[in-house]
Design a binder for this molecule. Structure first.
Ligand SMILES: NC(=O)c1ccc[n+]([C@@H]2O[C@H](COP(=O)([O-])OP(=O)(O)OC[C@H]3O[C@@H](n4cnc5c(N)ncnc54)[C@H](OP(=O)(O)O)[C@@H]3O)[C@@H](O)[C@H]2O)c1
Length: 260
């Protein structure tokens, strides 16, 4: 199976690395409008197409990883070549319906990855258009299996997913940053504080996953009666930490809706 990737920017190159690990870099072929990016793809061990039509001809799956502003002209240009192929689009805010109307194709999978795919630990949502067969979906899952955790969702939750998990790395980083500052406030140097916080976050996530416990379980586990943890938890509750986080995601989702 060969995957043709349009756009070798931030996401296209990260996904190419993950996909290349699964199907081989020689079967992962790239076309970018920018010659220097095509050369970079070759240096990285991928195939490179000199024009978009050749990429369509040699690929079984077409992955669209260009910016939203460029997608309409690209899809209109290659529509005849990709009509019968499986088209996978990661373009934010671009619906399956719009891709169908631009290409006339029916086999479309809309995907929303996040930046964590750059280390093969992405959180990825997808939704299938009406013409996608079981076999197409299995091929897609196989090709993306090295990119991270993959979740099937309804298309009407795509903006919510974008806000929660697409923007999520920034929100998690805000919390990590705040805890790192707290460590500095307590007397640790910056580097030590960050290392402590990263270990703390990683350990807590591993605890939840391996012991199959949820956040509430851990809060009760760590909060002893009249102890130190409950004082910290009480302060977070009093200041509305939970509400701030919920509204953060809501604001991001509203913005995704407006852009879409
Ligand atoms: N970044 C994220 O965290 C993230 C997360 C989820 C989804 N996405 C989606 O991923 C897509 C790509 O984002 P990105 O951050 O990777 O963008 P990017 O770094 O700008 O990469 C896009 C690449 O595509 C090239 N390009 C433009 N028109 C093209 C064409 N007709 N054929 C082939 N290549 C073309 C661009 O070249 P020029 O620079 O010369 O125009 C650029 O090298 C976007 O649609 C975005 O919504 C991004």
């Amino acid at each position: 199976m060969k995957v043709g990737i349009f756009g070798y920017g931030n996401m296209g190159s990260s996904l190419a690395l993950c996909i290349g690990r699964t199907i081989g870099r020689e079967n992962t072929i790239v076309y970018d409008i920018d010659e220097s990016k095509r050369n970079k793809a070759v240096e990285d061990g991928f195939g490179s197409a000199i024009d978009p039509y050749f990429l369509c001809d040699v690929s079984d799956i077409i992955l669209i990883a260009v910016k939203p502003k460029d997608v309409e002209s690209l899809l209109s240009d290659i529509s005849e070549k990709i009509r019968e192929k499986l088209i996978v689009s990661i373009v934010a805010g671009f619906s399956i319906e719009r891709i169908v109307s631009l290409t006339g194709g029916e086999k479309i999978i809309r995907v929303m990855p996040n930046v964590n795919v750059s280390v093969g630990k992405g959180t990825i949502a997808y939704t299938c258009g009406g013409g996608v067969s079981k076999e197409d979906e299995e091929n897609f899952l196989k090709v993306f299996s090295g990119c991270g955790d993959i979740f099937k969702i309804k298309e009407d939750l795509m903006n919510s997913f974008t806000a929660l998990c697409g923007s999520g790395p920034a929100f998690v980083s805000q919390f990590v940053r705040a805890l790192t500052l707290a460590g500095i406030r307590e007397g640790f140097d910056r580097q030590t504080s960050l290392k402590l916080v990263l270990s703390l976050v990683e350990g807590t996530v591993t605890l939840m996953k391996e012991k199959d416990v949820d956040p509430d379980d851990i809060v009760y586990m760590v909060s002893s009666p009249a102890g130190t943890t409950i004082e910290g938890v009480r302060y977070m509750e009093e200041k509305g930490f939970g509400g701030i986080v919920i509204n953060t995601v809501r604001e991001a989702r509203k913005r995704a809706e407006n852009i879409g």
